[in-house]
Design a protein around this ligand. Structure first.
Ligand SMILES: Cc1cc2nc3c(=O)[nH]c(=O)nc-3n(C[C@H](O)[C@H](O)[C@H](O)COP(=O)(O)O)c2cc1C
Length: 192
C-alpha cells in the first residue's frame, strides 16, 4: 500500500507563484537559502551529469544587471515600456537565483533531457521556496536570452544559458487564482 504524504500532495494541488513585482523584503538570508538550493539540486538528472548550476543574485548584483539591460543588443529598437519592464525585473528585485543550464557532452544522454533537468531544477527551487513560506516566481525575460548580457552580466560560458530566474521574497499581495488546465482537454487515457 502507498504511504501518503497528504501535506505534500495538498501543497502541490494548491501551490501558486507570487508575481515577482509583488515580492518585498525580507528575503531569505544565505542560511535560509541553503535548504532551498539543496532541494533544487535534488532534481531528476538522467546519468547524474548535473547539467546545471545556480547563481544567487543578491541586491547589488541585481542593480548592476538592471543597469546593463538598456545596453545589451536585445534592447535595441524596443519600445520604452518594454525596456522599462525588463529593467524593473532586476531593479525591483531583492533576490533571484539564476538557474543556468550547463550542457554536458554525452553520447548517452540527449541534450533535450539535460534541458528538461534544468527546468526541473527551476520548478524544484520555486516549489521549495513556496513550501518554505516565501513568495516566488520563475521568470525569464528577453535579457536572460541575450548572449552578451549573460556573458558579461552573469559570467556564463558560451555553451551555458539561463533556464530561469527564480525570484524569491516576501509576498505583499495575494494573487488571484490562475485558471488551471482542464483535465478533460490535457489528459487522455490509454487503456489498451
Ligand atoms: C520557462 C518559463 C519562463 C517564464 N517567464 C516568465 C516571464 O518572463 N514573465 C512572466 O510574467 N511569467 C513568466 N513565466 C510564467 C510564471 O513563472 C508562472 O508560470 C505563472 O506566473 C503561473 O505560475 P504558477 O502556476 O506557479 O502559479 C515563465 C514560466 C516558465 C516556465
Amino acid at each position: 500500500m502507498p504511504d501518503p504524504n497528504p501535506a505534500a500532495l495538498d501543497f502541490l494541488l494548491t501551490r501558486r507563484s507570487r508575481p515577482a513585482k509583488t515580492l518585498g523584503l525580507p528575503v531569505p538570508d544565505r542560511d535560509a537559502l541553503v535548504p532551498l538550493l539543496t532541494a533544487a539540486l535534488r532534481s531528476p538528472d538522467h546519468g547524474k551529469l548535473e547539467p546545471w548550476r545556480l547563481i544567487v543574485l543578491e541586491r547589488p548584483a541585481l542593480v548592476r544587471l538592471a543597469e546593463m539591460v538598456p545596453t545589451c543588443p536585445a534592447a535595441a529598437g524596443r519600445p520604452p515600456e518594454e525596456l522599462a519592464k525588463q529593467v524593473s525585473q532586476y531593479a525591483m528585485a531583492h533576490l533571484a537565483v539564476a538557474v543556468v543550464a550547463v550542457p554536458r557532452p554525452s553520447g548517452k544522454i540527449p541534450q533535450i533531457e539535460q534541458t528538461l533537468s534544468a527546468g526541473a531544477v527551476c520548478l524544484q527551487l520555486l516549489n521549495a521556496a513556496l513550501a518554505a513560506g516565501w513568495g516566488a516566481n520563475w521568470l525569464s525575460g528577453w535579457a536572460s536570452h541575450d548572449r552578451e548580457f549573460v556573458t558579461l552580466g552573469l559570467g556564463l560560458a558560451p555553451e551555458e544559458w539561463v533556464a530561469g530566474l527564480v525570484h524569491i521574497g516576501t509576498e505583499t499581495a495575494a494573487p488571484p487564482e490562475r485558471p488551471r488546465p482542464d483535465l478533460d482537454v490535457a489528459v487522455s487515457w490509454m487503456a489498451t
